[in-house]
Design a protein around this ligand. Sequence first.
Ligand code: ZN
Length: 469
Amino acid sequence: MLLCIALPKKASKLTAITAAVALAIAPMPPALAQQNKGPPIIRDTEAEQVLRDYTRPILRAAGLEKQNIQVVILNESGFNAFVADGRRIFVNHGALMQSETPNQIIGVLAHETGHLAGGHLAKLREQLAQAQTQMIIAMLLGAGAMVAGTRGGNSNGGLANVGAAAVAGPQEMIRRTLISYQRQQEENADRAGVKFLTASGQSAKGMYETFKRFTNDSLFAARGTDPYLQSHPMPAQRVAALEELARSSPYWDKKDDPALQLRHDMVRAKISAFMERQDTVYRRYPLSNDSLPARYARAIATYLHGDLRSALGQIDGLIQVQPNNPYFYELRGQALLEGGKAAEAIAPLRKAVQLSNNAPLIEMLLGQALVGTDNTAHTDEAIAILRAAVGRETEAPLGYTQLAMAYGRKGDFAQADLASAQAAFLRGDNKTARELASRAKTRFAIGTPGWVKADDIVAAKPLPGQNSN
Ligand SMILES: [Zn+2]
């Protein structure tokens, strides 16, 4: 399952922080520029599991393994990765697509972990707060000079221009100060990243390869389109220092584990198939390419473009090659479910849940299949599975949407309203969440657990910058 959903409420304050940083030092990524809509994120068990496996040894080496740091995949095709709140590392799907080896993206994750471990974000925030004050003073001074120029009847002459220069000058100076501060942080994050990689027995070659691609005088940099480059200046000098450091590691020539490379390529194939145009998918993965990732991409593209029978045949072929791969069964279930065959989707989704050790996003899909059949005998099982899933995966609205349907089927409208309210709340639709939660409150006895949960939603205050309506 690969879902694109709005970034849940909890993360919305990140948007504001990122926007502030972006305004100061780099153009805002398009998704962040959309007001009151969190950047859409991609939820997929397979991709998230791979990224967890990439980050775990690095976070351990950085002493951050207890911090429960999540990697969040953003639905953006440009290359970007950044930290924003000390709890999450954001990675564009484009950064995964453009990383040919696990080691290349692991290097970027190691560098970002270097920012986290170095507390760079807190310092940057502080710096920004100061910069804003300075900026305000500078603008006041500049405006004052302009007013003075105009009053002197000299609006076409020197003084007015001095005023304009005073406005532009300090801002440019502040921008440069911020970037030079960033440069020091960048070098520190590089060094920390290499240290974490070496400590976990990994090569920093991939980090060097990626950053070299972004070097300021490279063709890539000349294009200037990728947000990563805007926020991570890559002077040749820095990349040369990184190369020297990386080469000194005993693991410089260590190759990626072939099994990990395959998982990496499978995730890239999946992202391509779900996110890119059909002709692009077939150009990347032509019929002449018989590799497992190419067959995976084509199977997904086939089901997405409506040929369920052919897609199922292709998926069965994949299952023959890897009979214990949970994501092939998940795909089979998802294709059947979306093809209107909920009852047939149940068996492969049960298998996917079992093989994935009860991955909650897959459990939600199984719950959806159970609810989607006309057989009410499945309803209690659906509720049990969905309750367990929403308990472990607290940010995906799908679980609550399906729970609401299951409760509705049982005639338990209090629980159905509460679950619908929780789903709306996670989508960031506070108005609907409040309305449904208020209605749920009238259906529960006062003070019961359901009533308390509904009351919490009614009373919840939107975070700054979040749509309050
Ligand atoms: Zn950086």
